[in-house]
Design a protein around this ligand. Structure first.
Ligand SMILES: NC(=O)c1ccc[n+]([C@@H]2O[C@H](COP(=O)([O-])OP(=O)(O)OC[C@H]3O[C@@H](n4cnc5c(N)ncnc54)[C@H](O)[C@@H]3O)[C@@H](O)[C@H]2O)c1
Length: 357
């Protein structure tokens, strides 16, 4: 939906047409601005499970106002339901009991989070009930409307103390556009989370590498990482050097111009990170190219160039590099934007490449 349409439906004639012709009336999505509170309103907390007792304390730590006592006259910006205590299909009634009375009393752009237990970690009726939460949250996500989002977070046994950063993201406008997702905490066996001193700048002290950072999505990723406290090292091709340098100067970051498909690119990036920053905590492999041609018309060189940038450079770089610059001090993170399915843009690594030590 274009911004022009959104602007038009706010005008008197636009409002009239929306009402009489039944045109879509999109809610402007709230976006997070640096320094703003994570949640502008109150979060209602419900459910009984492993997390219920600690939830108010976690939200308090994040500076989020919450209550466990629903008030018939109050409206809510967010809802968090601890469904980890649900062990049978009959227990799922607790979802209706909690959500139905409050769904018409949500502020615009509300945030809903359901917390569950990974189904694969439990058996029988409990597994069925926990698996059912996925369908429940996806269908509630379609219903909630008005810029609202609904997510399911499966929290593994033992990872109860590691929910803060996930809740901070999913309950705040930082997660605008993200809905109907299933997030897993502790699924890889890591059940502890690093301490965060300042939730306004959770990436303070971290070094983040962003490829393709001079423009587009990469530029916005760099801006967000900088906003959240990270030192950003932007990478882009030599042709984009001046835009890259200007942006990284604005963000107090660092830059490196090279083609990521170059044979020595992994070594050069790793050397730079190690020498100038002592390593890297976060890698966003964003650089990518599109050669939109039907597969039936696809020339070999176009096919090869897409694979070289979008897949081979991303999956090969760190693994082919033995320096510890690619390893991270705190477990680290690896991300790569997904593209729409199209003949020339499908190539994306689905899992992070192995991290050398
Ligand atoms: N635009 C979309 O709608 C969309 C949707 C989903 C995913 N994506 C993916 O997100 C990523 C960014 O998309 P965008 O729209 O911002 O693209 P863009 O073309 O605006 O920016 C891509 C950046 O990557 C850089 N780059 C390309 N090849 C490189 C190489 N070999 N070495 C170093 N840098 C290189 C470019 O110079 C450019 O700065 C891409 O991977 C794209 O496939 C885009």
């Amino acid at each position: 939906m274009s911004d022009k349409y959104q602007g038009f439906v706010q005008t008197p004639i636009g409002k009239l047409l929306v009402k009489n012709l039944g045109l879509p009336n999109p809610t402007p999505l709230e976006r997070y601005a640096a320094g703003a509170p994570l949640v502008d309103g109150t979060v209602l907390v419900g459910g009984r499970g492993r997390l219920a007792e600690s939830l108010p304390g976690v939200l308090d730590l994040l500076g989020i106002a919450s209550t466990q006592a629903p008030d018939a006259d109050a409206s809510y910006k967010g809802l968090v339901f601890d469904a980890t205590g649900i062990t049978t299909s009959a227990d799922l009634n607790a979802l209706r009991d909690f959500f139905t009375p409050v769904l018409r009393r949500l502020d615009t752009c509300p945030r809903v989070v359901v917390l569950g237990t990974p189904p694969e970690s439990v058996e029988g009726g409990e597994r069925v009930a926990q698996r059912a939460l996925e369908g429940f949250t996806r269908s509630l996500g379609k219903e909630v409307g008005r810029g609202g989002t609904v997510q399911l977070v499966y929290v593994a046994e033992g990872a109860e103390a590691a929910t803060a950063s996930t809740l901070a993201f999913l309950l705040s406008p930082k997660s605008a556009y993200v809905s109907g997702q299933v997030v897993r905490i502790g699924a890889t066996g890591t059940t502890k989370a690093a301490e965060v001193a300042d939730w306004q700048r959770p990436l303070e002290g971290k070094v983040a590498l962003v490829t393709g950072a001079s423009r587009g999505i990469g530029e916005q990723i760099a801006r967000v990482l900088h906003r959240d406290g990270a030192t950003v090292v932007g990478v882009d091709v030599p042709q984009a050097a001046s835009e890259l340098q200007a942006l990284m100067t604005e963000l107090d970051g660092d830059h490196l111009t090279l083609d990521i498909t170059g044979k020595d690119a992994p070594q050069r990036i790793a050397h730079h990170l190690k020498e100038k920053h002592g390593g890297v905590d976060l890698v966003v492999h964003n650089a990518g190219i599109t050669r939109d041609k039907k597969l039936a018309n696809m020339a070999e060189d176009r096919w090869d160039s897409v694979l070289a940038v979008n897949l081979i450079a991303r999956s090969g770089s760190p693994a082919s590099c033995s320096t510890r610059a690619w390893s991270t001090t705190t477990g680290g993170s690896w991300a790569s934007p997904r593209s729409r399915a199209s003949p020339a843009t499908w190539a994306r690594p689905t899992t992070p490449p192995p991290r050398p030590v």
